[in-house]
Structure formats: C-alpha cells, structure tokens
Design a protein around this ligand. Structure first.
Ligand code: ADP
Length: 600
C-alpha cells in the first residue's frame, strides 16, 4: 500500500540512498540552487516595481507639469523590466538546463547501476518468484522513472516555486505585518484542499495506470493469439472483453477529471477569497494612511507568488508518493547483497577434466529438494548420458556442475579441487552449454555466432557454421550472415548454438536435450556435428534419443532426484531396472517392429 510521504524518516532514508547518485553532481547542484535563489528574487521585481510606479505616478499627478519627470520614470521602469527579463533568460535557461542535466545523468546512472548489479547476481535470484523477468523489468522501470521524476520535481518545480513563495512571504511581512499574517492564514486552507485533492487522486491514478497496462497487454495478447481466436471463432467474445476494459478505463479517466475540475475550482475560489481579503485589508490600510496606494498592487502580486506553488501541490504530492513506493522496489533489487554470485580465486586452465560428486544434496530456493545424495564420477574425456523421466533432476545436475547453484551439502570436485574454489569466469570459459532451446539474441546471424568468441574472424565464424551444418542454409538467405537470427527456424537456431560451441571450443560440454525440438534430418545432422566435437572432451548429455544414449561411455539413470543406476548400455539393459524401462518405452514409441519390416 502507498505510504504517505509525510513520514520524515522515509524522506531521510530515501535521500541517504540517493546520495551516492547525487554526490558527483554536487557543484552543478550548488550552481542550480544559486540560480534558483536569484530567479526567486527576480520573480519579485515586478511586484516591487509596480508598487514603486503607482506611488511615484500618484505623487507626480499632484505636480503642475508631471510629464517631464513621468518620462524619466517610464524610462527607468522599462529599463529595469527589460533588464530583468534579459537576466531571466539566462537564469531560467541555466536553472532548467542544469536541473535537466542532473536528472538525465542520475537517471542513466540509476539504470546502469541496477543492470550491473543484476548481472552479478546468482541464478537463484532469478529463480525467485518475485524477481521473474517481467516483474523485475516493471519494478526497475517504475523505480527509475519515479526517482528521476522526484529529482526533476525537486530541481525544476518544488525548489524554485517554494523559494519564490518564501521570499514573497518575507517581503509581504516586512512591507506590512498584518497583510503577511492574513496570507499566512489563507495559505493553510489552500494547502488542506490541495492535500485532499492529492489523496483522492492518488488512488484513482494508480488504478488508471493498472488499467492502461491491462489494456495495452490485452491488445498485445490479442494479436499474439489471433490464430487461436479465429479458429475458435471467439472474435466477439474477445471484442467484448476489450470493450469492458475500455469502459473501466473511461470511468477512471472521467473520475480523475471530475476530481481535478472540482478541486481546481475550489482552489481558485479560495485564492480569489484571499485576494479579496487582501484588497479589503490593504485598502483599509491605505485609507487609514498606514501604507501607500502602490502597496495594494504589491501585496496582490506577492500573494499570487505565494499561492502559485500550492496550486501544483497535489501533483507534487502524488509523484513524491510514487517515488516512495517504487523506490523501495528499486533499492530492494539494487541492494540485495545476498544475491551476489560468489566466486573462488583459483583460475581454471585444465584441458582434461574429471568431475566427482560426493554426497550432493540440493534444494531450489522455493524449498523443493531436487537432488538427493548424488555420488558420481564423470571421467575425463568420456561421454556420460543422463537418462530419466522428466523432472528426475538431470538439468539440475548440470546447473550445479556449471556452478549456477551450489549444493546444500556434499561436494563437487573438479580434478580433485572443490568447484567453489575456482573462479567463475575461467571455469565457465571452459564449459560449453547447449540447451533444448537456446537463446538467440536480437541481431544478425554473424553476431549470434560470434557470441561464442567475441574476437573471432569472419573465416572462423564461417568455419564454425560449416561444422554445424548451417553455412549452406545461411548462404541461401538474401542477407546471408547479416540476416536477422531471430527469424530462423528452431533447427537453424539450434545450429547457431552449436556453431557458438565450435567457436568457443571448450573442454567440457553439457548438452541438455540438444535435439529434442528438431526434425529427423536436423537431428541427424546435429548429432554428426556433436559427435565431431565430443572427441577428447568431458561430455554430459541429457537425451531421449536412443542413438545418443547408446553411444555414451557411461549411462546414469536418475529417478526422483537420485541416481538409480550407472553403467554401460549393455550392463544396464540386463538389469531390468529404470534404464531398461525407459529404453524399452522409447524403442516401442519408435514402432521398431514395423520399422524393421520396412528396412529389411
Ligand atoms: P529434468 O531435467 O530431469 O527434467 P529438472 O532438473 O529440470 O529435471 O528438475 C528437477 C525438479 O526440480 C523438477 O521437479 C522441477 O520442477 C524442479 N525445478 C527445476 N527448476 C526449478 C527452479 N528453478 N525452482 C524450483 N524447482 C525447480
């Protein structure tokens, strides 16, 4: 729920958190503050000058021939006004420009800092429900934009307006104590109405924003699911859903307008009452010869300077409130020290790698224990196939070997040294990971393959694509290596992942169902590519493809997070256990008898 911004502790805490971001711009901030002060002084010139003019002109009218001195007065007044406005150009420009510069700089730092931090966080952070990509993005965007708005408000709205108001009030008091006092009595009423308006609006505004997001997402979902909508003939149903959302949005929009118009009207009324009261008081003071006629103008104009910032108060209040709510979400992400990925300091530079897992237990952050007492040796330069039903813990085991997660208990050794002791960077440079569906970045095919080795030459990229059976297909595209990689088919994207692997050329390969989503021809070609790269490397492959399993030097059958059996295809097949069950089912699904009839 929204926390009211009157909590001073929150304001102080927020300022402390923002300090490191603001501090580098200290000089610029001092400059802006100075300009703000000069600007606020300049804003009072009109009122003071008008008083002076009225008083002088009133005195001149009593002279027999006032014209000559009148002209002199006019020249003086015009010179002051024009001079002030000229000065104002620079003040306004400087103040607004520096204010914006501070805002833009801090905003980009807020964005960059959180990106750098996120990249340093461990996988477990991203697995948490609260930090899933969509939510994370929204929280960061909202945090950055509301903090930026807060800074902008402070330098561009709050500070100049309130400095202006305070200086105007001081001048009023020093010109006449009673007029100052009257203003001080009207202003709180004005404040009260503004605060009420802000409170009333903040709820609706939040609702409005949620409804707008809902509407935009609705349209997006509609376009994405157009084929389903059409095939089920649900056009009218979907149209009605959108119509309802639109109606709700319209209600909220009207409510906002109604509230604003009503409160703005009340505020204008109070302001006018204030002016009427000031006119009555000042006229009385003039008639009782306590002040000059010019002072009437002075006080009316100064009163406007005092009331101007309060007119904007509801907006400022609302945006401050947003900043408190969303800043919390932003700083939660930024300051999550526990999420920082731990790394050892031992560089990893071995080419022949043996993993040994000793009594490894592992639980995901949500509390689900995915691995139980895993004892296993993955011999160097051997291919090990992990088999088991879906959910058995095979991918989890690979996650642990990549050091994406750490075991709760037990140890993973790499060539006899605990995996935790190794540097994450050099360790992962030695690992090639190919998943069932690999991420293809926005960009060209060349850029995507180059991800495997950033400094690769064009020749190396082409060679890698050739080894992944991708080169010929790329050459058929109009833009060839410069084509958009995200438009490639699933099989072609998989080959990009394998081409990356050839470029990276790591001694350890983890292949997590690399051919699961491919057609038969692609599967065969990718198997060939993988067979070529598997030589003399430590390979762990998860696969449902019998041909890939049979080829392995060792097979590990997993069940419910435990190792059920280990051995070669021949020994495990004899055991009549988990492996035999899975193998027979896979063979039956291939309809081997019929196939054999055809092939014979
Ligand atoms: P496999 O690769 O054998 O299909 P996984 O290793 O992916 O199985 O998953 C093993 C178990 O761990 C499954 O029950 C799965 O639901 C659970 N699991 C996987 N990833 C996570 C996660 N990030 N958070 C919580 N549970 C997970």
């Amino acid at each position: 729920m929204a926390k009211p911004f009157s909590k001073t502790l929150d304001l102080i805490r927020l300022f402390q958190k923002l300090r490191p971001f603001i501090e580098p711009y200290r000089l610029m901030i001092i400059g802006t503050l100075l300009l703000t002060f000069v600007g606020a002084l300049a804003a009072q010139v009109n009122a003071l000058l008008l008083k002076y003019t009225v008083d002088e002109v009133a005195a001149l009218t009593k002279l027999p021939k006032p014209m000559h001195q009148g002209v002199q007065l006019l020249i003086l007044i015009s010179a002051i006004l024009i001079g002030k406005e000229l000065l104002n150009i620079f003040i306004q420009f400087g103040q607004k420009f520096f204010g914006e510069k501070i805002r833009i700089n801090i905003s980009s730092e807020l964005s960059q800092k959180v990106i750098d931090r996120l990249l340093s966080y461990k996988m477990a952070f991203f697995a948490e429900d609260d930090y899933q990509s969509g939510k994370l993005q929204t929280r960061i965007d909202q945090g950055v934009s509301s903090l930026t708005k807060l800074i902008q408000n402070f330098f561009i709205d709050i500070l100049p307006l309130f400095t202006n108001a305070i200086i105007a009030l001081i001048i009023m008091f020093s010109a006449n104590f009673y007029v100052g006092l009257l203003t001080m009595l009207v202003v709180p009423l004005y404040f009260y109405v503004s605060a009420k308006q802000a409170k009333k609006l903040s709820g609706v505004r939040r609702k409005l924003r949620a409804q707008r997001e809902h509407k935009n997402n609705g349209l997006l979902n509609l376009i994405q699911s157009i084929s389903v909508i059409k095939s089920f003939v649900r056009e009218r149903y979907e149209g009605k859903k959108q119509y309802d959302i639109q109606m709700e949005l319209m209600d909220s929009q009207l409510e906002t307008r109604r509230t604003n118009f009503l409160y703005d009207g009340i505020k204008t009324f109070i302001e006018q009452i204030g002016i009427v009261l000031i006119i009555i008081l000042t006229v009385y003071l003039v008639l009782s010869q306590q002040i000059t006629i010019g002072a009437i103008m002075l006080h009316i104009m100064l009163f406007s300077n005092v009331s101007a910032p309060i007119r904007q108060l509801h907006r400022i209040y609302d945006e401050m409130n947003d900043a408190f709510i969303y800043a919390e979400g932003y700083f939660d992400i930024l300051e999550n020290d526990e999420a920082i990925e731990q790394s050892g300091s031992l560089p990893m530079n071995s080419k022949h790698i043996t993993f040994s897992l000793q009594g490894v237990n592992f639980t995901y952050p949500n509390g689900f224990q995915a691995l139980h007492d895993i004892n296993l040796v993955l011999e160097k330069n051997k291919t090990i196939a992990l088999v088991g039903l879906s959910g058995a813990g095979k991918s989890t085991l690979i996650n642990l070997l990549c050091k994406f997660y750490s075991p709760d208990s037990g140890a993973i050794l790499l060539n006899g040294t605990n995996l935790n002791k190794y540097e994450n960077t050099t360790l992962r440079e030695h690992i090639g990971l190919v998943l069932q569906k690999n991420h293809i970045f926005k960009g060209t095919i060349e850029e995507n393959i180059r991800y495997g080795k950033l400094e690769a030459t064009t020749e190396e990229i082409i060679l890698a694509a050739q080894k992944a059976y991708l080169h010929e297909q790329i050459m058929e595209l109009p833009l060839q290596y410069q084509a958009d990689a995200q438009l490639l088919s699933g099989g072609q994207q998989q080959r990009i992942a394998i081409a990356r692997l050839f470029l990276k050329d790591p001694p350890i390969l983890f292949l997590d169902e690399p051919t699961a989503s491919l057609d038969a021809i692609a599967t065969e070609q990718i198997k060939k590519s993988l067979d070529a790269i598997k030589q003399d490397r430590t390979v762990v492959i998860i696969s449902h493809s019998l041909s890939q399993i049979i080829d392995a030097d060792m097979i590990v059958a997993m069940e419910h997070g435990r190792i059920a059996e280990t051995g070669t295809h021949a020994t495990l097949y004899q055991q009549q256990g988990v492996y035999r069950k899975i193998f027979d089912a896979a063979a039956r699904s291939l309809n081997l008898d019929k196939m054999a009839e055809t092939l014979l």
